[in-house]
Write a new protein. Structure first.
Length: 275
């Protein structure tokens, strides 16, 4: 019985020994691999962080390129009404300018006879006059130039556009104007919107430039003036005109009405008396 008991118990010891050695071997292996495993983990973390930064850089670069592309397309935008009117030849412009001068001369003579008249100008005649007369407004050595100014006359609104040339870029500046008679010989021009391509322009600063620079040059030598104000949150250019036929005469003319229609600008002028 004892022998049988001993023979049964012997196989258990080697098994325990193997289990102990196996556990020890596993522990030893785990303990011996602690250094390389930590380094691998740190390297994986570092690669992940660098990969994230690389992805962020690529996304940022793509976003910047997309913004530049959108900005370029926005600045390169040309209104359709301007494209059509810039296709006129130099001979057409000169002919329109001649027609304007003839109409203006006839209207002046008629005004002297009737003491009042409505002068109606066509859109193409005005464009010819603006193109020819506008060239003298900007000095030749200016850092920027306005090229091919054009207008479109619609119901109660005047669309204005011109190429703006600078030393580093060029684009089309355009605006929508709403003129009206404010008082005797006072014309208020509300700027509904102004843009460079599709990019909105600060209309307040734009109208400050017009009143202090461009309009001052236009009105030089006359007794007319210009100022600006804010009405209903929008800038308004106010022109004060002097229509005295002779500086030493008491005969004066005043603008009674101004009407903008499809392709025409009608101005009603009548004689008034002043001291």
């Amino acid at each position: 019985m004892l022998g049988a008991s001993n023979s049964l118990s012997r196989p258990d010891r080697p098994s325990e020994g193997r289990d102990s050695l196996g556990s020890f071997a596993k522990r030893g292996h785990s303990s011996g691999g602690e250094g390389p495993s930590a380094w691998n983990r740190a390297r994986r973390v570092l690669r992940t962080v660098l990969g994230i930064f690389l992805i962020m850089f690529c996304l940022g670069a793509l976003l910047a390129l997309a913004i530049l592309g959108v900005l370029y397309r926005a600045l390169a935008y040309v209104p359709e009404f301007y494209q059509v009117r810039t296709q006129w030849s130099g001979n057409q412009i000169e002919e329109y300018h001649r027609q304007f001068l003839e109409r203006f001369s006839l209207a002046t003579n008629e005004l002297k006879k009737r003491k009042g008249s409505e002068i109606v100008f066509r859109e193409d005649e005005l464009n010819g006059w603006i193109e020819i007369e506008g060239k003298r407004l900007i000095p030749a050595d200016a850092t920027f130039r306005f090229v091919k100014p054009r207008i479109q006359l619609t119901d109660k609104a005047v669309w204005v556009a011109t190429e703006l040339h600078t030393e580093w870029a060029k684009g089309v500046v355009w605006a929508v104007l709403e003129p009206e008679v404010r008082g005797p010989n006072a014309i208020a021009i509300r700027i509904r919107e102004a843009r460079l391509g599709r990019v909105p322009l600060p209309t307040n600063r734009l109208i400050q430039y017009i009143t202090s620079g461009l309009m001052a040059e236009v009105l030089r030598g006359s007794r007319a003036g210009a100022d600006w104000e804010i009405s209903e949150g929008r800038p308004v250019l106010v022109l004060h005109l002097d229509l005295t036929s002779d500086p030493q005469s008491v005969q004066r003319f005043q603008i009674e009405n101004l009407r903008v229609g499809e392709g025409i600008l009608a101005i009603r002028v009548a004689e008034g008396k002043g001291s």
